[in-house]
Design a protein around this ligand. Structure first.
Ligand code: ADP
Ligand code: MG
Length: 413
């Protein structure tokens, strides 16, 4: 393995009587995505602030490419730290500046580049983050996704070697969370920077990380690959992760995305080469033609549909996970699409007996009545396929299979 790009050796940091970092040791490797996980208040932000030189350790050393920060001359330190970019929580774009001006700002403030050089660099980043049309608009005129891209473009404009992301997805809904993490992963590959992410949203960040560091009770108790983390037997696992996921499983009858991925991975391994699987992506949508169904009944029906999917397909050996507010994915191992089609139509029939879960199907789905539509898309997967692609294609094939009443009791028959 390469020499570490950055390293913490025996770093201890106290605030008064509070020891936030206690003999912390870890390594960051070039070109990787490393994610620091830990509960709120465990010291993740304090740790990041040491990397950008905002805080210094009480004892211990921080090495960049083998050299301790503390041994560097002021110029050397400045040069080293100028290679690190930091994306704060939220976007922190300046409202009074256009996208172009926001992105140009770090270059104007920290480099001696000429106006022409700055313009060239800024326009390149704007193109790369697909913001050409938004270049001269203000942040308030942009969608949330565009604001995130603008914040990323600004972070990347100085060509940093390391980019730190402090809780980049906090406060976002699950769909947006996924979009932000995919965006980070995509730009990390494109620009090749070394990424350090901080999160307490463990299952979400798991998939884009090469390495995980677990901060627990002021110490790094784990560092290694996400796969190795599966076998990590430690209170951190029990207290933090299992509690989160157990809760989710209990509430919904579905696996968290992480459990889902592990289960799926384990099955793929067992099944060996050539064994296919089928993927179903169910979605529940408002029926545009109906009267306003109201938020309460949609949530109620979602829950019922979710439980029905989890139970029905589990009996057939399937594993299911909620991948968006109104979308559920099921993997049926050793299955093909025709088998999945048959199961799917049996499932729809079985939902007729599902009144107890608040679901009532319309007998005649041909008209425009009913509050909600149930859609399903089915696709074949092979062991070599990326599961995300298989899911994406299944989603593209979604067709309506049932029309549902609003919450039971609301509709007179
Ligand atoms: P998180 O893991 O949520 O990012 P932080 O790193 O922000 O946690 O904080 C860890 C602990 O250190 C908290 O108890 C916080 O109150 C404390 N702390 C952080 N910064 C300071 C500071 N500058 N002075 C005193 N205490 C601090
Ligand atoms: Mg924090």
């Amino acid at each position: 393995m390469n020499a570490p790009f950055m390293e913490f050796q025996h770093v201890t940091k106290r605030f008064g009587s509070l020891t936030v970092l206690d003999d912390v040791n870890f390594r960051i490797y070039e070109g990787e995505v490393t994610t620091i996980i830990g509960l709120s208040g465990s010291g993740k932000s304090v740790l990041l602030k040491h990397i950008i030189g905002l805080l210094q350790p009480d004892t211990g050393v921080i090495l960049f490419e083998g050299k301790p920060l503390g041994d560097m001359s002021p110029e050397e330190l400045k040069k080293t730290l100028s290679q690190v970019s930091y994306m704060f929580q939220g976007n922190a774009l300046f409202d009074s500046l256009t996208v172009y001006e926001n992105i140009a700002l770090p270059l104007r403030e920290t480099t001696s580049m000429t106006k022409g050089e700055i313009d060239k660099r800024v326009m390149a980043r704007i193109e790369q983050t697909e913001l050409t049309e938004a270049a001269h608009r203000y942040p308030s005129e942009l969608s949330g996704g565009m604001q995130k891209r603008a914040a990323l473009a600004r972070v990347l404009v100085t060509d940093p070697k390391i980019v730190l992301f402090d809780e980049p997805t906090t406060g976002q809904d699950p769909v947006r969370k996924n979009a932000i993490l995919s965006m980070i992963a995509q730009y990390q590959k494109k620009f090749g920077f070394t990424a350090i992410l901080v999160s307490h949203e463990i299952p979400d960040v798991y998939f884009i990380s090469n390495r995980l560091l677990a901060l627990y009770q002021s110490k790094i108790v784990f560092q290694g690959s996400p796969e190795a983390f599966e076998d990590f037997d430690h209170p951190f696992q029990t207290e933090v992760i299992r509690s989160l996921e157990g809760l989710q499983h209990e509430l919904t009858g579905m696996y968290s995305k992480r459990q889902f991925k592990i289960q799926n991975h384990a099955r793929m391994k067992r099944s060996g080469n050539g064994e296919g699987y089928a993927v179903l992506v169910h979605a529940l949508r408002d029926n545009d033609f109906s009267a306003d169904a109201g938020h309460g009944s949609f949530e109620e029906i979602l829950k019922g549909v979710q439980q029905s999917i989890a139970e029905y397909f589990a009996a057939a050996g399937g594993i299911s996970s909620r991948i968006a507010r109104n979308e559920f994915v099921t993997v049926l191992p050793y299955s093909d699409t025709s088998e999945a089609e048959t199961l799917s139509s049996d499932f729809v029939s079985s939902m007729k007996e599902n009144n107890a879960k608040g679901i009532r199907l319309m007998d005649n789905a041909g008209n425009n009545a009913g509050c909600f539509k149930l859609l399903v898309g089915i696709n074949q997967g092979l062991p070599a396929d990326e599961i995300e692609n298989v899911i994406e294609q299944a989603r593209a094939r979604q067709k309506e299979v049932a029309r549902l009443y609003c919450a039971s009791g609301e509709v007179n028959q």
